[in-house]
Design a protein around this ligand. Structure first.
Ligand code: ELE
Length: 215
């Protein structure tokens, strides 16, 4: 049983490993291993594989073999997702929002969860339960960095990984905030480069993202 406090401590450590957590949608299992190798080589060791495609769980299992990587499962919606993610080798979880059901399941499975919150009330509910590290989602659609900065004024004890619409261009706006640990984003693994197997190109995007300064 993982306490919310310990889950947050572990999430924070992951978020501090690199400025960007790549959010990955994998359609072709053969891409999993070289993609993870390219991202880790480029300096982004923490990888979120969304459970949105049929091969996602197998992709997690493949990527978990890559040395130096930390592979988590995104889009966790149900206790069954949590069980299968852990079985596949995921070492952390991410959810777009948070329900007691998903929080209970992750705590019981010893899986540190980065739970999603979009409003002050959602942030406060998670904080009441003990989660001091959260995902601000969907970040850009919710007002972006100015909104997250404003949430941080009354709630400075909560730290975030803003995700959703984050790009190389706007990432610095978030990373300059005192309540942002890192950002999540899909831009480091674009569909065209994945389809072309352009691992050198993805490694270059990872290197560029890994060099972003964090406040
Ligand atoms: O499904 C989840 O649990 C997620 O993590 C959703 C992601 O945050 C967004 O899909 C990010 O996508 P981009 O806006 O393309 O960077």
């Amino acid at each position: 049983m993982l306490s919310p406090k310990d889950a947050s401590t572990r999430s924070e450590a992951l978020c501090r490993l690199a400025p960007v957590i790549p959010v990955l949608v994998i359609d072709d299992l053969s891409q999993a291993r070289p993609l993870a190798e390219a991202l880790v080589a480029g300096g982004l060791p923490v990888l979120e594989v969304t459970l949105r495609t049929p091969v996602a769980l197998d992709a997690i299992a493949e990527m978990a073999k890559v040395e130096g990587g930390r592979v988590g499962a995104g889009t966790l919606l149900t206790p069954e997702d949590v069980r299968r993610a852990v079985e596949a080798g995921a070492t952390f979880g991410v959810s777009p929002g948070a329900t007691d059901t998903i929080l209970d399941a992750c705590e019981a499975a010893d899986l540190p969860l980065l739970p999603g919150a979009a409003t002050s009330s959602e942030v406060m509910r998670l904080l009441e339960r003990g989660y001091t590290v959260q995902k601000f989602f969907p970040a850009e659609a919710n007002g972006g960095a100015p909104a997250l900065k404003a949430i941080g004024a009354p709630l400075p004890q909560v730290r975030f990984c803003p995700t959703g619409g984050v790009s190389l261009k706007n990432a610095p706006d978030y990373l300059g905030l005192s309540n942002t640990l890192c950002v999540g984003g899909s831009w480091v693994a674009p569909k065209d480069k994945l389809a072309a197997g352009d691992w050198a190109g993805i490694e270059a995007l990872a290197r560029e993202a890994a060099a972003l300064p964090v406040a």
